[in-house]
Write a protein that binds this ligand. Sequence first.
Ligand code: SAH
Length: 249
Amino acid sequence: MDIPRIFNITESAHRIHNPLTPEKLAILGAALRLEPGTRLLDLGSGSGEMLCTWARDYGIIGTGIDMSQLFTEQAKLRAEELGVADKVKFIHGDATGYVADEKVDVAACIGATWIGGGVAGTIDLLAQSLRTGGIILIGEPYWRQLPPTEDVAKSCLANSISDFLMLPQLLESFGNLGYDVVEMVLADQDSWDRYEAAKWLTMRRWLEANPDDEFAKDVRVKLTSEPVRYAAYTREYLGWGVFALMLRL
Ligand code: SAH
């Protein structure tokens, strides 16, 4: 079981597989006022940077589940490296339908809301693992500017304009699901660059190391086209943020 190979290539050197920098990730942890011993669940935990650094900096404990074997392996190594292997656990597996045995204080899905079939479904899934009064974290794109055409949306790698909302509408949609938005940390264009531009050097190095790989042609095409596509479309039109939600009283 694994994710499509292209992600394991282009994001192999990423610690954070989303457009937040380490600083913004730390700001989010601080914003949530996490107490030592807070229990977290992270569906689609990637290379585990959120759980590992928050365990180190804020004393949280937690579990992450991710379908990439490579990222899960990297998460376990990172936990060792930061001295938090006794606080965080990483499971390689499909998080679809995953519900924790013991309720958690914070249930997160950061940049992987297809796991629950979209934002609403993912909130429902996370809610099943959440203690009363706990916090749900959702990492999700939104339109900074509405694409003028469906082609522009496709060039942002969305299927359609309707895949995402503008920021006020996204916040409103959480309210419509019965949740208060209690915090948020947003990416900006520079932090998007850290996520996207970092893939280019990784692809270039991978091509040098794997010239005869059957995937080399695809990676070459991507490396050639990505910087311009990203600058013209994603960087201009797409925003991204993590939203902290609590069920309305
Ligand atoms: N939350 C992490 C990773 C975001 S990238 C971070 O912000 O750094 C999306 C992640 O979802 C990838 O790590 C990918 O391997 C994982 N993923 C995709 N489908 C999944 C599934 N069905 N179950 C668990 N993880 C999945």
